[in-house]
Design a protein around this ligand. Sequence first.
Ligand code: NI
Length: 180
Amino acid sequence: MMNDRDASPDPVAEPAAYQQFLLDLLGDDDPSSAQESTAGKLKELAKEAGTHLYQQPRPGEWSVGQVIAHLADAEIAMSGRYRWILAQNEPPLVGYDQDLWVEQLHDEEDSVADLIELFEALRRANVALWRRSGPEQRARFGIHSERGPESYDLCFRMIAGHDRLHLGQIGRALEVVRRS
Ligand code: NI
């Protein structure tokens, strides 16, 4: 299953390049404002996809519904990571294989509306958590099993860029499936 590898460095093979790629997508924008706008955009895009929701743009490339499932998965994983990092001292952060999560945990019977609702609720809680954190908390870090130390600040900024990466992917997928 392909996700965004045409558009970004591979997260496992080139972790540092992938990290920088996501941070560049955020640029100087405020990460919490950027993150706050995503659920609304997903609702609009899901509506636009209509009957094409689970149509893959090309064989092996994620459908709009699968990208939304991936964004919900990422928010679930990060919801845990933020809290481990903030509450415990240098906790281990378990790597998660995004392709396996999408393949093993989701199918076409998944309600995309429910996935967006789940995403939205977690995101709201995570943005609120961020906004009440101070510099000391943002500097706290966990130890990623593949990439070493990662701070709360870095994780939160990366996810804001990750949203943009996949919103772009959904836009491109929509163009293809609508033409078919
Ligand atoms: Ni991703």
